[in-house]
Design a binder for this molecule. Structure first.
Ligand code: SAM
Length: 348
């Protein structure tokens, strides 16, 4: 974990910590320390673009190549490839694969982004929208920043099964279920504001109908998580049939022109989940300012589901801020919305 100068290498530390950060993936928990200990693998990971998390990118790039061509023996450790199951240490096969496919991996690391579009986070957006409905009777414009394939922008097309109840579109092929850990029952998730318009902004909007882009999204999901992959497939079909309007570029640059199309004084909900954490550190102030500036001419509801320092990696916080009012935190949840809870959570 130390460089020859004795200083700690942050990249090696990032990979060494994967058993903690990627605890839901037994395979990635084993591969993290393998990369951390091998400067040849770290050298490949160093090609990630600024602001992108190299561990997610390297593991997704390997996964993408294996999904395209599962002939290599490494595929047997990846349940998503339909090969295996393999037993023993995946480290030697992983290392051999990375070194033999180095050039392709570097090209992917330079070009691709971490764009995991987690369908279950639609439940978080829905929860936040019920709060917005309790604060305004007017139709709202919904703008998602970091919309990836636009899965959340169709959140009202899905069926939800939470706390033994169902909400949303009963006949939808997309069924979003989440464990409810709240002290009381969840709010009425069918109480939504009318949506006057909706749009997404992303550095690289994913075309839900493009097989190669879908494969990249599939590769970003942990290899063991077959349920999340199946849910994503269903949601991408719904989105591809009715793609939301999306703008390609940095939200800092694009938000003013997107919002200029919205009638002045009307409510605008700006939602982002797992996005601010992927904005390069030196751009975060500008990112926050671009969103806050929407409040100058509109009734701004800024809704976020991001990691929060006080949660110490134990989940994400759903936060809502109206204009310049103090932010409130109605709920917290698992980063992939496997569980949700009102805040403060129940102590078990
Ligand atoms: C990890 S993905 C999360 C996608 C989606 N919000 C979700 O929760 O499923 C982060 C997304 O934010 C986008 N992104 C990052 N920085 C951005 C920026 N400054 N402006 C617009 N999009 C950005 C990335 O391209 C990526 O699609």
């Amino acid at each position: 974990m130390s460089t020859t100068s004795g200083a700690a290498d942050p990249l090696a530390e990032l990979f060494a910590a994967l058993p903690c950060h990627f605890a839901d993936s037994p395979l990635y928990s084993r591969l993290g320390p393998v990369v951390a200990a091998d400067e040849r693998l770290l050298a490949i990971a160093r090609h990630a673009r600024s602001g992108q998390v190299p561990s997610n990118l390297l593991l997704a790039s390997v996964h993408y190549l294996l999904l395209r061509d599962p002939a290599h023996e490494l595929a047997a450790w990846y349940p998503s490839t339909g090969r295996g199951p393999a037993t023993g240490d995946p480290g030697p096969a992983f290392t051999a694969f990375c070194l033999s496919r180095q050039e392709e991996l570097i090209e992917l690391m330079r070009r691709r982004l971490v764009q995991t579009n987690v369908v279950k986070r639609s439940a978080v957006l829905r929860l936040g929208m019920t709060m917005v409905a309790s604060m305004t009777d007017e139709p709202v414009t919904l703008i998602e920043v970091g919309s990836s394939a636009g899965v959340h922008l169709r959140f009202d097309d899905y069926r939800y099964e939470i706390a033994g109840r169902t909400w949303g579109r009963a006949s939808s092929p997309v069924v979003v279920s989440a464990e409810w850990r709240g002290q009381g029952p969840p709010p009425d998730l069918d109480r939504l504001p009318a949506i006057a318009d909706r749009a997404g902004i992303d550095l690289n909007p994913i075309d839900a109908g493009d097989p190669d882009e879908r494969l990249w999204l599939r590769a970003l999901i942990w290899p063991e998580n077959l349920a999340q992959a199946a849910l994503q497939d269903e949601a991408l079909r719904v989105v591809a049939a009715n793609p939301p309007r999306t703008y390609a570029g940095d939200a800092v640059d694009l938000l003013p022109e997107v919002v200029a199309e919205v009638p002045r004084g009307t409510p605008v909900v700006i939602f982002h989940s797992a996005t601010r954490m992927h904005v390069a550190a030196e751009r975060r102030e500008a990112f926050d300012a671009a969103i806050a500036s929407v409040g100058r001419e509109h009734d701004l509801f800024h809704l976020t589901f991001e990691g929060a320092p006080d949660l110490e990696g134990q989940g994400f916080a759903l936060e809502l801020r109206r204009g310049g009012e103090p932010s409130r935190r109605p709920a917290i949840g698992h980063g992939h919305a496997e569980w949700l809870s009102d805040f403060p959570p129940r102590v078990s």
